[in-house]
Design a protein around this ligand. Structure first.
Ligand SMILES: Cc1cc2nc3c(=O)[nH]c(=O)nc-3n(C[C@H](O)[C@H](O)[C@H](O)COP(=O)(O)O)c2cc1C
Length: 168
């Protein structure tokens, strides 16, 4: 698979509409570099490998958060609950201090910020980064996990945040 295959004929809008059909969980990826916390909302989080324990996400190459994230020696994955749609929107907004009030967080082990009331925190060490199209695939080695309660997940679908409704 290369970028030199014939044009597949999918325009940007069609592609975005197709991807919007796919529902995802929502995480905030955080890191601390030279005392400056950075973080962004992401739906591209995924498990990669069980042994060793690896996870991944994709970050846009044009992201203003990426340089700080790339320079950090650890990052955290904060899995959001259905009560945290405002927090997800905040960590996707440009031109604000995402870590200022009302965001509540504390530095975790190795410094990566942990967001209050997330349903899970995972601390990772960068393992592999690969440029893929206009994004960078970041693979992390998981070195610590904390799972809290049974908070309902925050989902993202058709451009909106929502909740999970289990089958009766
Ligand atoms: C629901 C949702 C999911 C997102 N998922 C990703 C993602 O997986 N990767 C990414 O680079 N940006 C993602 N973004 C965009 C970032 O959160 C952020 O808006 C973008 O990186 C611009 O901010 P920055 O320049 O400070 O990084 C997502 C935004 C939203 C609202």
């Amino acid at each position: 698979m290369t970028d030199t295959l014939p044009d597949p004929g999918v325009d940007g809008e069609q592609f975005r509409k197709a991807l919007a059909v796919h529902a995802s969980g929502v995480v905030v990826i955080t890191a601390q570099n030279e005392e400056v916390p950075v973080g962004l909302t992401a739906t591209s989080f995924s498990s990669v490998s069980l042994t060793p324990p690896l996870v991944s996400f994709y970050v846009g190459q044009a992201s203003a958060t990426w340089p700080g994230l790339r320079a950090a020696d650890h990052f955290a994955v904060n899995v959001l609950t259905s009560e945290q749609a405002d927090l997800a929107a905040r960590f996707a907004r440009k031109g604000i201090d995402r870590f200022a009030e009302p965001t509540r967080w504390r530095p975790g082990r190795f410094g990566a910020p942990l967001l209050q009331d997330a349903s899970m925190h995972m601390i990772c060490r960068p393992h592999t980064t690969i440029e893929v199209g206009d994004h960078v695939l970041v693979v992390g080695m998981v070195i610590e996990v904390s799972v809290y309660g049974t908070g309902q997940p925050l989902l993202y679908h058709q451009g909106r945040f929502g909740r999970f409704l289990p089958h009766p």
